[in-house]
Design a protein around this ligand. Structure first.
Ligand SMILES: C[S@@+](CC[C@H](N)C(=O)[O-])C[C@H]1O[C@@H](n2cnc3c(N)ncnc32)[C@H](O)[C@@H]1O
Length: 441
């Protein structure tokens, strides 16, 4: 049975299924480890972001009003763990120089309700560093901060806004195009199921759905924002000799970035699976949902980079292939301005000591922990910036190792104390903090 025919991918019913999933699963999506987030919300990533933010604020020093807060807004924050880590990595407690205000946002009310009932988060709200707001990329407008009652709009913010968007652009609607015989075509989606589908929340729906794409001639006025059309037409020229190359196009992501560009100068930090270099898209097929409770699709960061640069911004993108996830930084409204400190921080934290490399090695090293000597394990804990999975496995072997060589006690206690402070428990039966406390005692 045909459910819908020849729709631009971003208008497809599959995104309604996505919304229904996040709304109904709420925090359960992360509590039950259904939607992956270890790679996007860990302390290593937060440490890199903290260094980038500090460097950017250093570069922007002349443009910052110290009497006004710097808002750090996480889009599609889900578990809230990235921001929680970042609050600790930025070392904001007792630092009077810059007044940070962190805002966790999501479109799903059920997720926001969960944040409001998490005692670790409400404590940060009481300290005045954290707030929550609804932000739906399909219905964008000023943020109404739930706790302070303030409104965050282009008129109300005096300082650059910092945006975090990890595993976000892969979860919001995007379009699809394809190069066929040297020509750019819109890749329209038809959806089929053996039955009528009235329950989009039915978890078995994906077992029945089949997706079929059909290329149709590209209309050069497809998008109201002509920059989008131009970027696509440039792909046609670039991929002339590469037939059957599929191009995902983050039109809703670009609308979102465009919205935030309206706030003036700002920094967007983002990590996702996708393509940051144009040649990595050669030979790509039709975009298919990668299912994990919700679903994700590869992000065309190359198009985002083009959009940001053509809009007068600055893109920081590693030139090397990032296997697990792309991590990028975009500074809006950067014409005529040098960003030397940001450049250096990006080189050091995202290129030379990248979250992507760390994640690849972490997977391997986690398995080696039982064989590690105390010095190796302490190095791994420190390098991981207090990664919860590393700490969890380390706690199995640390008592014996420290007992055999007590000189390490001080360093181990310091590392575990830091890991405990930055860890956000999202399940009531989570025992990590209790295990750390028991070890330290
Ligand atoms: C894959 S999760 C990523 C969560 C978190 N950033 C992370 O790295 O684990 C995608 C997030 O985007 C949110 N989201 C989905 N559609 C959205 C929309 N239209 N507007 C804003 N957020 C949305 C979801 O609720 C979810 O929290």
């Amino acid at each position: 049975m045909l459910l819908e025919a020849d729709k631009p991918l971003s208008n497809s019913l599959i995104w309604d299924i996505q919304r229904t999933y996040f709304e109904s699963a709420g925090m359960q999506a992360w509590q039950d480890d259904v939607v992956p987030h270890t790679i996007s919300c860990n302390p290593f990533m937060a440490r890199a972001y903290a260094n980038l933010i500090k460097a950017y604020l250093h570069d922007m020093a002349g443009q910052i009003d110290p009497e006004e807060p710097i808002y750090i807004v996480e889009l599609g924050a889900g578990s809230g763990r990235l921001t929680h880590h970042l609050i600790h990595k930025l070392g904001i407690f007792g630092d009077e120089a810059v007044q940070f205000k962190f805002v966790l946002t999501d479109f799903a009310d059920s997720i926001i309700e969960n944040w409001r009932s998490n005692p670790q988060l409400t404590q940060l709200v009481e300290y005045g560093v954290l707030d929550f707001a609804k932000f739906d990329v399909m219905n964008m407008g000023p943020l109404q901060l739930i706790n302070s009652g303030e409104t965050l709009s282009p008129d109300s913010t005096k300082n650059p806004v910092i945006l975090l968007a990890n595993y976000f652009f892969d979860s919001i609607p995007q379009d699809s195009f394809v190069i066929k015989n040297g020509e750019l075509q819109a890749n329209l989606l038809s959806l089929y199921s053996p039955q009528h589908e009235s329950q989009l929340s039915d978890p078995t729906i994906w077992e029945r759905l089949s997706l079929a794409y059909e290329p149709l001639p590209f209309d050069p006025n497809t998008y109201k924002n002509d920059l989008y059309n131009q970027i696509l037409l440039d792909y046609e020229a670039y991929f002339e000799d590469w037939s059957d190359t599929g191009l995902s196009f983050p039109n809703i992501g670009l609308d979102c970035i465009n919205y935030w560009m309206g706030f003036g100068a700002g920094l967007l930090l983002s990590a996702d699976r996708g393509f940051s270099n144009i040649d990595s898209m050669i030979g790509e097929g039709d975009p298919l949902p990668n299912l994990h409770g919700s679903f994700s699709m590869m992000v065309n960061y190359h198009a985002i980079t083009e959009f940001v640069e053509r809009s007068g911004g600055r893109a920081f993108v590693p030139s090397h292939y990032q296997d697990n996830l792309q991590t990028v930084a975009y500074a809006f409204q950067m014409q005529e301005r040098t960003l030397k400190a940001t450049e250096l921080a990006f080189e050091q934290t995202i290129i030379q000591n990248s979250p992507d490399d760390f994640f690849g090695m972490r997977y391997h090293l986690l398995k080696q922990i039982p064989e590690m000597s105390i010095d190796q394990l302490v190095s791994f804990l420190r390098w991981s910036a207090g990664d919860a999975d590393v700490v969890r496995v380390a706690l199995d072997v640390l008592p014996k190792l420290v007992e055999a060589d007590p000189a390490w006690t001080g360093d181990v206690v310091n590392l575990l104390t830091e890991a405990k402070a930055q860890y956000l428990a999202i399940r009531e039966d989570d025992d990590l903090i209790g295990r750390i406390e028991k070890f330290i005692a």
